[in-house]
Design a protein around this ligand. Structure first.
Ligand code: ZN
Length: 120
C-alpha cells in the first residue's frame, strides 16, 4: 500500500514541478520540515501545497469505491480526510496558507492554473 502511494506521489510531484516551471512559479521547496509534510512549501510566502490523490483523499470526482474490502477502503479514506482537515487547520493556525490541489486538477490544465496562479 505504501509503495503504491509513494509511486503515485512521485509522479504528481514531478508533474507539479513541471507546471511551476511553466508558470514561472519560484521559491518552492520539497521535503521542507513542516507539520503535515506538504508536498511543496514556499517558506518565504508561508504557503504549503499538497497534491492529493483523488482516491486516497476521497475527492467527489471519484465515486467508484472498490467492492472488495469496501469497509476497509471507506475507513482508510475517511481517516485520510480527517487527517487532511487537521493538518490544514493546524497550519492555518500557525499562519500558513494551505493549498490543496487534487490529482484531477493537476491533470486539468484550466483548473490547475486557476489555483496555482495566485501563488506567483
Ligand atoms: Zn478529483
Amino acid at each position: 500500500m505504501r509503495a503504491v502511494k509513494s509511486r503515485y506521489n512521485i509522479s504528481t510531484e514531478l508533474k507539479l514541478i513541471q507546471i511551476f516551471k511553466e508558470l514561472g512559479i519560484k521559491g518552492w521547496r520539497r521535503g521542507y520540515n513542516l507539520y503535515g509534510n506538504p508536498d511543496f512549501t514556499f517558506p518565504k510566502k508561508r504557503i504549503a501545497v499538497f497534491a492529493d490523490g483523488c482516491f486516497w483523499h476521497g475527492h467527489s470526482c471519484r465515486n467508484i469505491a472498490p467492492k472488495d474490502n469496501a469497509y476497509y477502503w471507506k475507513e482508510k479514506i475517511r481517516k485520510n480526510k480527517l487527517r487532511d482537515g487537521i493538518v490544514s487547520k493546524t497550519l492555518r493556525q500557525k499562519g500558513w496558507r494551505v493549498v490543496r490541489i487534487w490529482e484531477c486538477e493537476i491533470k486539468n490544465e484550466s483548473l490547475r492554473k486557476l489555483k496555482l496562479l495566485y501563488l506567483v
